[in-house]
Design a protein around this ligand. Structure first.
Ligand code: AP5
Ligand code: MG
Ligand code: ZN
Length: 216
């Protein structure tokens, strides 16, 4: 199964992905998570992209395509759940070309749609993530059992640098400027499935699991 999860910052892509992966054991490919690790490890790539990531700007397409192509071409990634890629029209067109060439075309394109920016602000200003395994929490919507400690692996919870209000504003702006036109591109192609991102996670999961039934 080859799935793409689209949605603005804070729409719930990462949270929904981890629920989907509990049932469907396919590789999880997240450009955001990959980039965050490169920054944390202070690699050459990390140094190159740190400023974009932390301020909330998109990483340039040339860099993102290099990373995404490597992920998609890996023999073990014949099936995948893509999170946070593509997010420009240019990336979407290159993704189509690459996956067609590889004989691994996209099957399900899900768009988590948020109607009100306030939802994004509330979600991102309360988010905590595990410093080790990346598990996602929220101080009110989805708190960890022990404050500041990951339920899954016991490591500390941290706040993402790009969840500062100023960066969230820039991320949303980048979304409307560069990613929304790409969502329209998929709509025009007629293969986009819209999901109401404001639904409860379990309700969303049920909806997605029934959609995925026919691709098993
Ligand atoms: P990335 O890591 O992809 O971040 P993002 O798109 O901004 O999305 P988030 O991870 O912030 O939100 P999410 O939708 O995953 O929400 P979550 O599930 O955590 O990218 C980061 C950066 O990397 C970019 O800004 C860019 O610089 C770079 N980058 C990455 N990919 C790129 C690309 N292709 N091109 C160029 N640059 C790229 O949920 C948020 C909160 O809400 C959590 O606290 C959660 O508990 C809560 N929540 C989730 N679902 C629900 C629900 N249904 N009900 C109530 N609360 C919920
Ligand atoms: Mg995410
Ligand atoms: Zn953890």
């Amino acid at each position: 199964m080859r799935i793409v999860l689209l949605g603005c910052p804070g729409a719930g892509k990462g949270s929904l992905a981890s629920l989907i992966l509990e049932k469907h054991h396919i590789p999880y490919l997240s450009t955001g998570a990959y980039f965050r690790k490169e920054v944390a490890d202070n690699t050459d790539l990390g140094k190159e992209i740190k400023h974009y990531m932390e301020s909330g700007l998109l990483v340039p397409d040339s860099v993102t395509m290099r990373v995404a192509s490597k992920m998609l071409e890996a023999p073990e990634n014949e099936n995948y759940l893509l999170d946070g890629f593509p997010r420009t029209v240019n990336q979407a067109m290159m993704l189509d070309e690459l996956t067609t060439k590889l004989g691994r075309p996209l099957q399900v394109i899900l768009n988590l749609y948020v109607k009100d920016d306030e939802v994004v602000y509330r979600r991102l200003t309360g988010r905590q993530i595990c410093s080790k395994c990346g598990a996602i929490y929220h101080t009110r919507n989805h708190p960890s059992k022990v404050e500041g400690v990951c339920d899954v692996c016991g490591a500390n919870l941290v706040i993402r640098k790009d969840d500062q209000l100023e960066s969230v504003k820039i991320r949303l702006n980048e979304y409307y400027r560069l990613t929304e036109p790409m969502v329209d591109y998929y709509k025009m192609k007629g293969n986009l499935i819209e999901l109401d991102a404001e639904l409860d996670s379990e309700v969303l999961l049920e909806e997605v699991n029934s959609l995925l039934e026919k691709y098993k």
